[in-house]
Design a protein around this ligand. Structure first.
Ligand SMILES: Nc1nc2c(c(=O)[nH]1)N[C@H]1C(S)=C(S)[C@@H](COP(=O)(O)OP(=O)(O)OC[C@H]3O[C@@H](n4cnc5c(N)ncnc54)[C@H](O)[C@@H]3O)O[C@H]1N2
Ligand code: MOO
Length: 399
């Protein structure tokens, strides 16, 4: 049997990051920058007011109250035609350019709010509520390095430095296909022996959580020609395909049957629980395909351990898995020798320390315990026993 590390290495060795392309700003949400973004101008581009009030000369505020004539208004967006000198004030709005000659801003609350002349009750030194040109970003600064995942603040930053398009690596389009004669769509009636397809919904969501673009394909039954037809079809629109089911030792294990022949996909037993039967390859020599086991918990754990790092690699990011913490386990644990075990668990953080409690239900069909968990305890291959109070590694599940 392969170890988890060996299987992951074998998967990653066959993947190359997706080519970068130019995308409009909003479309690029969730993609990864393939170029550094530099600021063509400083931000703010000009000295401006942080408050609605009056632009004045600080030297006029030595004795208070003081009354000054108001020479005019400056609003945000004004081209800055107004200037003042000592003895004068300009009414100014937040974001408006500082008038020439003014060196400080007095908020309207510290004044009588006059339009023709203003009486100022409270003073301030030069620079009060003035936002200086370049105090946020300087022209020429790299504001977003290549390899940044574009979330809301990063898109805002790109827009703030005037970018309408960015060179990015797109979110990999990942199509999830469940297989099995027993499957039916949620919302329909079940006959005895049937179950609702949960894997495709779970994994499509997991893809999105991992930065990919998930698409759920309607499930197919245990029919080799139907599976082959759907897979052929998916080649045109998927960067990655994930199947679930049909890969163990049963006589209806149709995914294995369809993909074993061509040599594109290798089926392996990996020394892990859950998730032992794994398949991976390049369909038609080009499209990565993961054939994950059908048991829902096995499929989910396999996704987090193998598919998540692969999706990151495709986006040119380090092929990392879920974040890991060390926690004190509240219960004694046992594990078969030579198998890496992933136990569904509840992770808590109190007084600066993580504790973790394994779920009592650890079957690979037991979705209840998975849905209730926020962590996976990882027991390495060589560990067969861990007494209560042991320090264990825990993968934090996306929330
Ligand atoms: N003789 C052996 N039998 C099994 C072995 C083995 O080594 N020798 N391995 C077991 C392990 S471990 C796993 S994991 C499963 C993997 O089986 P398959 O990938 O072939 O999956 P299926 O047989 O199609 O289904 C397994 C199980 O999961 C349910 N399932 C399948 N798809 C879905 C879905 N989309 N949504 C919800 N549930 C699904 C299915 O009904 C089965 O109960 O094989 C063991 N057997
Ligand atoms: O490996 Mo199976 O994935 O244990 O249930």
């Amino acid at each position: 049997m392969r170890t988890v590390e060996e299987h992951l290495r074998a998967v990653l060795s066959q993947l190359t990051p997706l080519p970068s392309l130019q995308m409009a700003l909003l479309e690029s949400a969730g993609t990864v920058l393939a170029e550094p973004v530099t600021a063509p101008v400083s931000l703010p581009p000009f000295d401006n007011s942080a408050m609605d009030g009056y632009a004045v000369c600080a030297s006029d505020l030595a004795v208070l109250p003081v009354t000054l004539p108001v020479v005019g208004d400056v609003a945000a967006g004004d081209g800055g035609v107004i200037g003042i000198r000592p003895g004068l004030a300009a009414r100014i709005m937040t974001g408006a350019p500082m008038p020439g000659g003014a060196d400080t801003v007095i908020p309207v609350e510290w004044t009588d709010g006059g339009a023709v002349s203003v009486t100022i009750r409270q003073g301030a030194a030069a620079g009060n509520y003035v936002r200086r040109a370049g105090e946020d970003v300087r022209a020429g600064d790299v504001v977003l390095p290549a390899g940044t995942r574009l979330g809301a603040p990063q898109l805002g930053m790109a827009a703030a430095v005037g970018r309408a398009h960015l060179m990015v690596r797109p979110r990999p389009r990942v199509v999830v296909l469940s297989t099995g004669d027993e499957l039916r769509d949620p919302g329909t009636k079940l006959a005895y022996g049937q179950i609702w397809d949960s894997n495709s919904f779970m994994l499509t969501t997991a893809v999105n959580e991992a930065g990919g673009k998930g698409f759920r394909q309607a499930f197919v039954g245990d029919d080799a020609s139907a599976v082959r037809e759907v897979l052929d079809d998916l080649l045109a629109r998927a960067d990655v395909i994930i199947t679930t089911g049909g890969v163990s030792m049963g006589v209806y294990d149709v995914v294995k049957e369809v993909l074993s022949g061509g040599g594109d996909v290798e089926f392996q037993k990996v020394a892990m629980r859950p998730g032992k039967p794994q398949g991976f390859g390049l369909l038609d020599g080009r499209c990565p395909i993961f054939t994950l086991p059908g048991n829902p918990v096995s499929a989910y754990v396999s996704f987090q351990v193998f598919v998540r790092p692969a999706l990151r690699h495709l986006q040119g990011l380090p092929a990392e898995g879920l974040p890991v913490v060390t926690a004190t386990c509240t219960e004694p644990l046992t594990s078969p020798d030579g198998i890496e075990q992933y136990l569904r668990a509840t992770l808590t953080f109190a007084d600066g320390v993580y504790s973790v409690r394994p779920a009592s239900a650890q079957g690979s069909h037991q979705m209840g315990a998975l849905a209730d968990a926020n962590g996976l305890i990882v027991l390495p291959r060589e560990v067969t026993e861990a007494p209560a109070g042991s320090r264990v590694r825990v993968l934090k599940l996306p929330s």
